[in-house]
Design a protein around this ligand. Structure first.
Ligand code: DGL
Length: 257
């Protein structure tokens, strides 16, 4: 595979743009093809079989475009499909999972109280159950599905403070937030709320996400395969979406920049 080939990055919709923009800044020589499946979003309330089928169709499309690797910039699609995708395709498939390990490690051995915000499907799937089993013996973990936070991004309402804060109150007022150590943003759509969360949460609560870890992993995998783009390459990013409306195209560009 040519090291100048593109990296395919996809999500159920616009959330994965938070990953694509971090890849762009951390790996500026790479060409990125982004695909958002907004016409079928949200994935988080679908069955694993439905999400698997949609994910296969997207990866097939990327493979036909000769990408050198795929990043599933979606915790939900990773939960439902990563295993089968890896078994089916030869190229590296990089997945994402809620960064619970990172949050627990911040305690440096002290038990942590962590809220994992993600989609219903991510929190229901086997992959997350395995993570919980690893970390819940020494820590207290709360699982919080937040479907409205996906909808708000897809509908272009992220700039509406009142709507965003109403959603945050709805999902987090039940917790004694002063006693929480970290909130994990376990869905790529939620990364766009980082500043809102900072304002909403007590200042001692850490806000943790898995984007940087995913990108480090991508870099390592490409390095090992000698497939990192040459340093002379000027990278690029191409956005596409199953929803071809002008609204989604404008929103995608706004979120990217
Ligand atoms: N952005 C996705 C994730 O990281 C899923 C959002 C959805 O479609 O429900 O899980």
């Amino acid at each position: 595979m040519s090291s100048s080939a593109a990296i395919g990055v996809f999500d159920s919709g616009l959330g994965g743009i938070s990953v694509a923009r971090e890849i762009r800044s951390a790996m500026p020589n790479e060409h990125i093809l982004y695909f958002g499946d907004s016409a079928n979003a949200p994935y988080g309330i679908k069955t694993p079989e439905e999400v698997k089928k949609l994910s296969f169709a997207i990866v097939e499309r990327f493979v036909n475009l000769n990408v050198k690797a795929v990043v599933i910039a979606c915790n939900t699609a990773t939960s439902a499909a990563v295993k089968d995708l890896r078994a089916h395709y030869d190229i590296p498939i990089i997945g994402m999972e809620p960064a619970l390990k990172l949050a627990c490690d911040l305690g440096k051995g002290e038990p942590q109280r962590v809220i994992v915000a993600a989609t219903e499907l991510t929190l229901r799937e086997r992959k997350f159950a395995d993570l919980l089993q690893r970390f819940s013996q020494n820590n207290t973990i709360f699982s919080r599905p937040c479907p409205d936070l996906v909808r708000i991004v897809e509908q272009g309402e992220l700039g509406n403070r009142d709507i965003v804060f109403a959603a945050l109150h709805k999902y987090f007022d039940d917790y004694d937030l002063e006693s929480i150590d970290s909130v994990v943003l376990g869905c790529t759509h939620f990364i766009f709320y980082r500043d809102y969360f900072r304002e909403f949460l007590p200042s001692n609560v850490n806000i943790v996400d898995g984007n940087a870890g995913t990108i480090n992993h991508l870099r390592e995998v490409l390095f090992e395969r000698s497939e990192l783009a040459p340093q002379t390459e000027i990278g690029s990013i191409t956005l596409s979406n199953s929803d071809t409306s002008n609204r989604i195209s404008v929103l995608s560009k706004t979120l990217l920049n």
